[in-house]
Every structure is written in structure tokens, then in C-alpha cells.
Design a protein around this ligand. Sequence first.
Ligand code: CP
Length: 304
Amino acid sequence: MSREGRDLLQLRGLSRVEVEKLLEAAAAHKRARKAGQIRPVLAHKVVANVFFEDSTRTRSSFEIAARLLGADVLNWTAKGSSVAKGETLLDTVRNIDMMGPAAMVMRHSSSGAAALVSRHVRAAVVNAGDGTHEHPSQGLLDAFTLREKLGPDLSGKQVLIVGDIVHSRVARSNVHCLRLLGAEVVLCGPPTLLPKSLEALGAQVTWELDRALPSADAVMMLRIQLERQGQGLFPSPRDYARMYGLNATRAAKMKPGAVVLHPGPMNRGLEIASEVADGERSVIFDQVENGVAVRMAVLERACA
Ligand code: CP
């Protein structure tokens, strides 16, 4: 397979067939794991996790996915590396590449970093989050979870994504993936976090959460990036929670059967109340479980 067919840099531009193939492969991996019948298709291959930014879910689940498929795993993080001595991004990844990984799973704070690296290494590159651009395996695991909970055909289902859309790579990957699968996507947040220009992604845009909630089949709450609060993007965390937080009173306005997602990490009490995060509508920990199966499918494709 060409390297274009093995890299996973973004969901934008993938075909519906390619996305459905990955989701079906993930479903097969989930069934095989439950049955204790995983085949070690990545035996004798090395997967390098190359994380310039922190992560709990993505890095751990790529590691577990790789090991379940029989691969050896290198877990490299910028902390404790020669980046502290001034080594550049490209020198870092070229050095790791020379050690022979079949795939490099990479997270970086700059949008476009994974695409840049893919032009300089032999390993297939899997983008595990680049700046505010995309987080493709997150978009896939969210779609996988939605198909599991709402039914395999997402056509006409309405997914409401709420919060700091402007900085969210998760939101971008979700818009591309969900639109491809026929879902209707509504983006919601305060105007400072949701410029109308984002309608260009093919989603509807609203600033009114209480009006948007009752028609949604799924509500995805995004993390408020508290580190950006110096920029005055909303008056205070308390005001944000009052206007845009998903608490039990608001969740009661949701449709019967509608589900709540969050990519993590959660700010409990800010964008989501604990009673909702741990409540009966929440599929947040199902997302994490499904992340392993989805990443098995992504790695199998990357190492083909
Ligand atoms: N959802 C997600 O990317 O979580 P981590 O930052 O913990 O990997």
C-alpha cells in the first residue's frame, strides 16, 4: 500500500468508504478481543509513540493497541529528551525513524506537524493531535461510539458539539467524519470560542445551548482550555458553567435516548457536571474503551 494509504494525518479528505472500512475493522478488533482471539498481525514490528505534548488516553490506548497486535512499542516523550538541549522536531523524528519503526504515532502543539514529519520519515505517520488542526483517531472513536449507541446509520442524526470549538482539533475531526457519515453537526459555544466562519466546515453554528439541546441525538462537551483564560475568552469559569455547562437540569431537556460524550480530560463542574459525566446518558468511558479497538485498526492500516 502507498504511504498515503497508511498515513493518517487528518479525516478531512478521506472517503466514506475509507472511514467505514476503519470503523468495521475496529468493530472486528473489539469482537476479537472479547473472544480472546486477537491475531498478532504486528509481530516483529515496532510502533513509536512520539509525544511532544501530554496525553493520557491517546498515548496509552495506542500503546495497548500496538501490544495487543503483537508489536513492540517505543514510548518517547519530549520531557526528558534531547529536545531540552535544543534538538529540532525534524532531527528528533529522523533519529527515531532510523531505529526502524513501522509507524510513528505523533502528537505536537503545532498544526501541520504530523504532515511535515510524514515528508521526512520512512515510517507511516499517525497524527495523534496537531495543534488546533485535527485529532483523527479521536474523530473515528467518537463516530464508532455513536454508531454503537445510536445505530449503524448516522444519517440524519444530530450531533451537538459544545464549547471551545475554535481551538478544538477534536471538533474539526468530528465535523469531517460525522458529515461524511451523513450526520448533521451543530457547533455551539460563546461567540469568542465559535466564530461564524466555522460554518465553512459544513456545520450549523449557534450560541444558544438551551435552544439547541432538545433536538440533539448526541451532545459532545469539549474541554474548556483553562490555560487560555488569560485571553479573556469568557467572563469567568462560573459564567461559562452557567451559560454553557451541561448540568442535570440541562441534561433533562435532552431527547430520550440521547447520549453525552466528552473526549477528555474533563473539567468536572465547568463544562460538565459530575452527575452528567457519571449519569445514565454518559458514554464517556465507552469512548475510551472503543479507542483501543479503533487504534488497533489505525495501526494495522499504518503497518500494512
Ligand atoms: N482525548 C484525548 O486526546 O485525551 P488525551 O489528551 O488524554 O490523549
